[in-house]
Design a protein around this ligand. Structure first.
Ligand code: AQP
Length: 350
């Protein structure tokens, strides 16, 4: 094959690949739910798609973040994503505030989004109930997220169940904009994993495991927890007074169901295989020990690579700069298209 034919084949393959966008907030220590519900799937499918993965720092400040901590958390999250297996040759990994089009698109989309749509968002209701003072940014969070997704003509948005409503809102906003101003946006689809979509708190299996609760003892397995800490958290996980180890929708069995779900996603086994693995288990104590074992086994190599990245901040900055450049090359022309459709004048560029 000539070099030109090779390049053409490569471009044709890239054109056929579906585009994926997803984001994660540098709003605290990454927890097992973020990994199993989102990051693990991003890594496993990065070969098949054209990927944009964004560290959404603009979203993070919708709830106050101590500035020094935000700075650390953003670098730490980048190191974690690369350590988990995102590769800069296969995925564009970048920081949201490095690409100006994200904030710009949010403003334009704000002006086509009815307030009533935002008032229905359950995450806003949950998060605002926990704040003393609720920012306009928190209310507007889903519109910024719509801008993130739509700027990249994303076909798919892989997220955990908690973000489904926001992706559906992004679809509605795209359809409304296209109808008012003309076809600018691809209407994206949420991609929610069957299991792992909602990892629940170890201390309370009725509440989603969350970075914001990660400081509460026993709530989360954090990605950087040492093996002993992971073991302690899993062994203390709330279960029930029974002894049956089975997948179940029964709210009383939510703790056991959560542990089995974690085991299933980490080991990539089917439900019958998981149940077979525990056929000889003597009670929940043994279930917990084995779940802790597979979690530790999965996280240990990620932690090792994480610390290697954190030891080389200059390299981490270079990787993020490369991601920002690639993302800007896609987002800026899209933003220009949006501006033209809305009727804005575009400044002359040299
Ligand atoms: N418990 C979870 N189970 C499955 N998936 C989860 N995700 C988060 N928690 C779970 C998924 O992780 C991705 C990144 O999440 P995010 O940082 O954008 O915000 P979030 O959904 O609000 O996650 P947290 O951990 O609860 O953060 P805070 O506490 O800061 O709000 C998303 O795909 C999400 O679905």
């Amino acid at each position: 094959m000539t070099t030109q034919t090779q390049t053409e084949t490569c471009e044709a393959q890239t054109l056929q690949k579906r585009r994926v966008f997803s984001g994660i907030q540098p709003s605290g220590e990454v927890q097992l739910g973020n990994y199993l519900g989102a990051i693990k799937g991003w890594v496993e499918r990065q070969e098949e798609k054209v990927n944009f993965f964004c560290l959404v720092d603009l979203h993070a400040i919708t709830v106050y973040q101590q500035p020094d901590e935000l700075l650390h958390q953003t670098r730490s999250l980048a190191a974690m994503l690369f350590a988990a297996g995102l590769h800069p040759d296969k995925s564009t990994v970048f920081v949201q505030s490095h690409v100006a089009a994200h904030a710009e698109s949010c403003w334009v989309l704000n002006c086509v989004t009815p307030m009533g749509w935002l008032e229905r968002m359950t995450q806003f209701k949950d998060k605002s109930a926990r704040q003393e003072s609720v920012s306009a940014g928190l209310f507007d969070y889903p519109v910024l997220m719509a801008g993130d997704i739509l700027l990249y003509d994303s076909d798919e948005v892989p997220v955990g169940e908690d973000q489904r409503q926001h992706v559906e809102l992004a679809r509605d906003i795209a359809i409304r904009f296209n109808r008012i101003y003309g076809d600018a946006f691809v209407v994206p689809e949420p991609m929610i994993p069957d299991i792992g979509a909602r990892v629940m708190g170890m201390n309370d299996p009725t509440v989603k495991m969350s970075k914001s609760y990660a400081h509460i003892r026993g709530h989360a397995v954090r990605m950087l927890d040492e093996p002993k800490e992971i073991e302690r958290t899993v062994k203390r996980a709330v279960t029930d007074s029974g002894s049956e180890i089975a997948f179940s929708d029964n709210p009383e069995k939510a703790g056991v169901n959560n542990l089995l779900g974690i085991y299933k996603v980490i080991t990539d086994k089917s439900q019958p295989e998981v149940i077979a693995d525990f056929s000889d288990a003597r009670g929940y104590g043994e279930l917990k020990s084995r779940v802790a074992e597979v979690v530790i086994e999965a996280l240990t190599p990620i932690q090792k690579r994480y610390y290697e990245y954190m030891d080389d901040p200059a390299e981490l900055d270079r990787m993020l700069a490369r991601g920002a450049e690639q993302a800007t090359a896609v987002a800026t022309p899209k933003m220009d298209e949006i501006k033209r459709l809305v009727g804005f004048t575009l400044p002359q560029r040299s």
